[in-house]
Design a protein around this ligand. Structure first.
Ligand SMILES: *[C@@H]1O[C@H](CO)[C@@H](O)[C@H](O)[C@H]1NC(C)=O
Ligand SMILES: *[C@@H]1O[C@H](CO)[C@@H](O)[C@H](O)[C@H]1NC(C)=O
Ligand SMILES: *[C@@H]1O[C@H](CO)[C@@H](O)[C@H](O)[C@H]1NC(C)=O
Length: 191
């Protein structure tokens, strides 16, 4: 009998503890939501500047064509070509300058009349305070224009809820290899 009484008491205590825990978890979730709400409207603006190396030939190839259509070879714009890249992002135009991260994704020749590319790329940062954070860029790259603008549609870690734009200008293009170095200025709003 005494044993039964003891277990009933134990169950009551356990139930109370569980309630307290649930209450704490709920309060924590509310506090977290409160902290995130308090940040609304207090976005930061960040500017990033880097050089993008798209290397299709040489000892360090960073971009590889993976697909095309049977008609691609007859297209003046290479319509249908799909290239996968793991391009370098460096601080200076020189490939030997500080490595800031990678641009990982694809670019696709997506216009029959113009040299327009669809770029779908994740900027994966690997140094400094942005190490481990990413930005997603998706949009049209009018490759022959002096300055191309592409949308930044999101991000992760320090760039959560990011939105903004990237301006790109070809810094150098090697006509023999097809290797290109492109200067990027990225402006993003994020929390
Ligand atoms: C480029 O290639 C060379 C030779 O294969 C290699 O030593 C070097 O680490 C590569 N650079 C990068 C940044 O991967
Ligand atoms: C970036 O973060 C990774 C993982 O935390 C770490 O291993 C690496 O050393 C960091 N790189 C730099 C340049 O800080
Ligand atoms: C990036 O910004 C720098 C500094 O304002 C400027 O000199 C450069 O022309 C810009 N490049 C692009 C591609 O917007």
């Amino acid at each position: 009998m005494a044993n039964k009484g003891f277990s009933a008491a134990a169950i009551t205590v356990a139930a109370l503890l569980l309630l307290v825990c649930l209450h704490i978890a709920e309060a924590e979730a509310k506090a977290k939501l409160g902290r995130e709400k308090a940040k609304l409207g207090r976005e930061k603006i960040s500017h990033l500047h880097f050089y993008f190396h798209d290397l299709v030939a040489g000892k360090n190839v960073t971009a590889v064509p993976v697909a095309s259509a049977p008609t691609t070879k007859f297209s003046p714009t290479g319509f249908g070509t799909v290239v996968v890249m793991d391009d370098w992002l460096t601080e200076r135009p020189e490939a030997t300058s500080k490595m800031l991260g990678r641009a990982q994704g694809i670019y696709v020749s997506s216009s029959q009349e113009n040299f327009h590319l669809l770029m779908a790329s994740t900027f994966v940062f690997e140094s400094g305070k942005y190490n481990g954070s990413t930005l997603a860029m998706v949009g049209k790259n009018a490759a022959l224009e002096e300055v191309r603008e592409m949308p930044i549609v999101g991000g992760s870690r320090l760039f959560r809820l990011a939105r903004g734009y990237a301006l790109a200008r070809t810094h150098s293009f090697d006509i023999n290899t097809g290797n290109a170095v492109v200067e990027y200025n990225v402006t993003v709003l994020h929390y």
